[in-house]
Design a protein around this ligand. Structure first.
Ligand code: SAM
Ligand code: SF4
Length: 351
């Protein structure tokens, strides 16, 4: 019985790590068990990718509206007690949040958490990688859409490809598991897919292509701009020869992965638009302002910041997470005629 289970106060996470879940798993009404949490630590970013942010932003969240590192660690601790095994730090650009390594260190104290990952544009990674690695970060996904400065400027509306490449070098020299993520827009960088794969293979890295989703702040998404994973795969096979499918180790993994004959690197396709993978989704999201979401495209959010601010019990935080999970829809519904994108854009939710 839940009432008889010992509670671990999340404020003492550093000294009392949990080894077994002490709350029931986060299962939705379709039987999906949630073991992965994306944590956005900021909505701020140093570039302005046109598929994500507006060109100019009136203002990012002020400090007092951000969930503090202690509050994030508290929420994650409760979720880990309910079976969450993976956390991915994201944003906005997570490295815009000062001293992110202090959060990583707090999360490392949570036993039961197998992965502390981060997704970054890598512009500030070279200077941060050692601190993050020492703090306990385990995995890093780096977004890289092109190797051409001109295309980088057209996509991100800023300069800085050199610092991204420096960040990638630094990550490759670390012990972290590194992957690249690329988003192709038909008119801007479809032509970059082959050089990007060559770049990844030279470094023995996996690169995954993510389909453009209707989550851009400018609301310019159109099906015409989406390059499907299938199309990219065919294009790559014409150049590199046939790719062989790699069996999924984790059924909730969003990408379909492929290997090359010579075994160097690998390529994956994340196809939320052309081949939605909602039936295996095991992810929840925590926004930088402390709202829990059960889907990128969800219209509803559950406020955990207020619970943290009022020092509510772990049970209260768990109940909010369980309620959020129970209300998850079967699928994101992008293909539905009535589909409307969520109010918040990708950088405000956390990708
Ligand atoms: N700033 C970091 C970065 O870019 O890696 C982390 C946050 S960003 C929102 C996370 C990922 O979301 C990036 O790989 C980016 O390409 C992807 N993304 C952003 N907008 C998207 C969209 N409209 N559709 C699909 N993926 C998107
Ligand atoms: Fe910033 Fe990442 Fe969005 Fe690009 S995708 S604008 S790097 S948050």
């Amino acid at each position: 019985m839940l009432e008889e289970m010992p509670r671990i106060n999340a404020s003492s996470i550093a000294t009392q790590p949990t080894s077994e879940p002490t709350f029931p798993p986060l299962v939705d009404s379709f039987g999906r068990t949630h073991e992965s949490l994306r944590v956005s630590v900021t909505d701020a970013c140093n570039i302005r990718c046109r598929y994500c942010m507006p060109e100019s932003v009136l203002g990012f969240l002020p400090q007092h509206r951000l969930l503090s590192f202690d509050a994030i660690a508290r929420v994650v601790s409760v979720m880990v007690q309910a079976g969450v095994r993976k956390v991915r730090l994201t944003g906005g650009e997570p490295l815009m949040r000062p001293k992110l390594e202090l959060l990583v260190e707090k999360l490392r104290g949570l036993s039961g958490l197998d992965q502390i990952a981060m997704t970054t544009n890598a512009m500030m990674l070279a200077e941060k990688i050692h601190a993050l690695e020492a703090a306990g970060l385990t995995h890093i996904n780096i977004s890289l859409d092109t190797l051409r400065e001109e295309a980088f400027k057209a996509i991100s509306r800023r300069e800085g490809l050199d610092s991204v490449l420096e960040g990638i070098d630094a990550a490759v020299s670390s012990k972290l598991q590194v992957r690249l993520n690329a988003l192709l827009l038909r008119e801007l960088n479809f032509q970059d897919c082959i050089p990007l794969v060559e770049f990844a293979r030279e470094r023995n890295l996996f690169i995954r292509f993510i389909e453009f989703m209707p989550l851009d702040a400018d609301r310019q998404w159109s099906q015409n701009q989406v390059v499907s994973g299938e199309e990219v795969r065919k294009h790559l096979e014409e150049h590199f020869g046939s790719l062989h499918a790699i069996e999924r180790k984790d059924s909730a993994q969003p990408s379909s992965d492929f290997g090359f004959e010579d075994g160097k690197g690998g390529v994956g396709f994340i196809d939320p638009v052309s081949k939605p993978f909602c039936q295996a989704c095991n992810r929840l999201r925590l926004t930088a302002d402390g709202k829990l979401r059960n889907c990128l495209f969800g219209k509803q959010e559950w406020d955990v910041k207020s619970a943290c601010d009022s020092n509510a019990s772990d049970q209260v935080i768990y109940d909010i997470a369980a309620e959020c999970t129970r209300n998850k829809y079967a699928s994101h519904g992008i293909a539905h005629v009535d589909f409307k994108p969520p109010q918040r854009a990708m950088y405000q939710i956390g990708g």
